[in-house]
Write a protein that binds this ligand. Structure first.
Ligand SMILES: [Fe+2]
Length: 202
């Protein structure tokens, strides 16, 4: 069994003007594609893992043979994280969540604006490359965490439901060093219905 690069759920230019088509093309076809290819290459050495789902690989990272553990962490994470990312973005995104997700956010952060502020701060303050996450704890609480590289909340026993890629490859062509402008643009694209689906699956 090997993993495949899922197609983007919309055209490259669909998220303009917030994320430009060239960035989307390189980000999906080259960066995401490379994570998938390198994950598959690493797994060739471990046939005993071929029935494991991507979630299992990240959840049970400590059981992955040491020789390929770092590769699975980086490239398995890269594969999973980008799949999640493309799906929580939408040309019809933005606004604020209602329904169950809206209630969870109000309960755990006080208000949507407080949540937005904390998430944005975390993304801005993350040093180097990584992701800002909104994840669900085993007690069904929402939790913010900023993780380096392609590390995934699954490896800490949490379930990610929303993530923002703050690697420079996600924004540099359009925003150069202005990460905070990219973070501000992100709020116009969030597909809250998908984030709520991710929450309700936990
Ligand atoms: Fe990325």
């Amino acid at each position: 069994m090997s993993f495949t690069l899922s197609p983007l759920p919309y055209p490259f230019e669909a998220l303009e003007p917030y994320i430009d088509a060239k960035t989307m093309e390189i980000h999906h076809d080259k960066h995401h594609g490379t994570y998938v290819a390198k994950l598959n290459a690493a797994l060739e050495q471990a046939p005993q893992l071929h029935e494991w789902s991507l979630e299992d690989l990240l959840r049970r990272l400590s059981e992955v043979p040491e020789a390929i553990r770092q590769a699975v962490r980086n490239h398995g994470g890269g594969t999973y994280n980008h799949d999640l990312f493309w799906n929580i973005l939408s040309p019809q995104g933005g606004g604020a969540p209602d329904g169950e997700l809206g209630k969870f956010i109000a309960r755990d952060f006080g208000s949507f604006d407080a949540f937005k502020e904390q998430f944005s701060q975390g993304a801005a303050n993350l040093f180097g490359s990584g992701w800002q996450w909104l994840a669900v704890t085993p007690e069904k609480k929402l939790k913010l965490l900023a993780l380096p590289n392609q590390d995934n909340p699954l490896s800490q026993g949490l379930v990610p439901i929303l993530g923002l890629d703050v690697w420079e490859h996600a924004y540099y062509l359009k925003y150069q060093n202005r990460r905070t402008d990219y973070i501000a643009a992100f709020w116009n694209l969030i597909n809250w219905k998908q984030v709520e689906k991710n929450l309700l699956k936990v």
